[in-house]
Design a protein. Structure first.
Ligand SMILES: Nc1nc2c(ncn2[C@@H]2O[C@H](COP(=O)(O)OP(=O)(O)OP(=O)(O)O)[C@@H](O)[C@H]2O)c(=O)[nH]1
Ligand SMILES: [Mg+2]
Length: 390
């Protein structure tokens, strides 16, 4: 039986160029992912190919190069910025005699480290089990007890010391528990709808500045950091947006703002499935604020990746305002942009410096009033207290 090599935190990165054209941006993101997983990169091995090798993803010569590089730099894990098939991963581990981690496992590892809430932990465990279940094949089913090192963290690994049948049972149990939590979530949501409060969700690529904006608007103190997937659990706060020109004497509108998990391109499918409940919350919002890091070189690809996840979770039709964030790093000034129908399409601001935040408050008040008019409701006068829904 083949025993998988142990993992560690000194990594050789591998990224191959298949002519997609944004190699450097992908590599920069890969480095951030690795840092967010808490690992050290000793170097990067790159290469060009027309298509992946079916047996080991990289060509034979490239694998020899990776082995030499890893040996010279004392690396104990090789991380690919690509999705590997179970067969490719196994062949690579045999030839390299090193633990090989693919992009999905790396992302799952970060999620496992970040999960805080009960629901978040269950979701990560489910995603890990589903991702690893396909890898429990004959001759490769031995999983060591040793802890630590990327690709090995989180509750998933210890479950895999048991057999496939138990694994299936565990998956079913996790799904049941998550379903229950999802129902509780739906009850909370209905209560909110009854009170006719506008539900606004912050969505966007990881590291775009969603939590920073959430904190700036609500003074909530959510964890914001220059790390990928700093936020995993949805946090909601009530927010009062003042207006001054209402005919009926009201002085503002109440909304519920939610900070959510960030998206990334090629998000593992097991993760999207496991985080279904969390993501569904997004799809149920009245308005999405799509936060964009306008200073990023990969901005356009990131917008595209977010749009594609939004359609995958059924949120493509939710009204959206683009938040052109981080203008302090670009030449753009703060401002509100409207489409041909006069509706607000984009707000340019800096969540960090606060420039343009007032414009966003104005925009939220305008949308809140529009929605209230459409529903024919009279938005309630509630105190400007911050209520934690999380
Ligand atoms: N210069 C600048 N940096 C910003 C701005 N907004 C956020 N940042 C920085 O961008 C980094 C990521 O911010 P977060 O608010 O954690 O981003 P996020 O979208 O919540 O990220 P995830 O939770 O990881 O998906 C942090 O280092 C912030 O300080 C901004 O307007 N200008
Ligand atoms: Mg965040």
């Amino acid at each position: 039986m083949f025993e998988r090599p142990a993992s560690g935190e000194t990594a050789v990165l591998v990224q191959l160029d298949f002519g997609e054209g944004d190699f450097d941006e992908r590599l920069a993101e890969f480095r951030l992912l690795l840092g967010s997983a808490g690992a050290q990169a000793v170097g990067v091995v790159t290469g060009r190919r027309a298509a992946p090798d079916p047996a080991r993803f990289a060509g034979k010569g490239k694998v020899t190069e990776i082995a030499g590089f890893a040996r010279d730099h004392g690396a104990n894990v090789v991380v690919f910025n690509h999705e590997l098939s179970p067969g490719q991963q196994r062949n690579l581990e045999r030839e390299l005699e090193l633990r090989v981690v693919d992009r999905s496992s790396l992302i799952l590892d970060i999620f496992a480290q970040r999960a805080r809430s009960h629901e978040g932990k269950l979701q990560v465990e489910l995603a890990q089990l589903q991702h690893l279940a396909t890898r429990l094949v004959r001759g490769w089913s031995h999983l060591e007890r040793q802890k630590g090192g990327i690709g090995l963290r989180g509750p998933g690994e210890k479950q895999l010391e048991t057999d496939r049948r138990l694994l299936g049972k565990r998956v079913a149990l996790l799904k049941d528990r998550l379903k229950l939590l999802e129902r509780q979530r739906a009850v909370r949501r209905r209560a909110r709808t009854r009170r006719e409060v506008l539900a606004v969700s912050l969505v966007g690529y990881t590291n775009a500045g969603k939590s920073t904006l959430f904190n700036a608007l609500t003074k909530a103190g959510a964890y914001a950091a220059d790390k990928l997937f700093a936020t995993l659990d949805t946090t909601s706060r009530q927010l009062w947006v003042p207006t001054c020109e209402l005919a009926d004497g009201r002085s503002g509108c109440q909304i519920v703002l939610s900070d959510t998990v960030g998206f990334i391109r090629d998000l593992p499918h097991s993760l999207v499935a496991a985080f279904h409940a969390t993501l569904e919350e997004t799809a149920q919002a009245d308005v999405l604020l799509h936060v964009v890091d306008s200073a990023s070189a990969a901005r356009d690809q990131q917008i595209e990746a977010v749009e594609s996840v939004l359609s995958e979770i059924g949120a493509a039709d939710v009204p959206q305002i683009v938040i052109w964030n981080k203008i302090d790093q670009t030449a753009a000034g703060a401002g509100i942009e409207r489409n041909d129908c006069g509706k607000i399409s984009r707000v340019r601001l800096s969540a960090r410096s606060g420039e343009g935040l007032d414009l966003l408050r104005q925009a939220l008040a305008e949308i809140s009033l529009e929605t209230a008019t459409i529903l024919g409701s009279d938005t309630q006068h509630e105190a400007a207290t911050l209520v934690d829904f999380a």
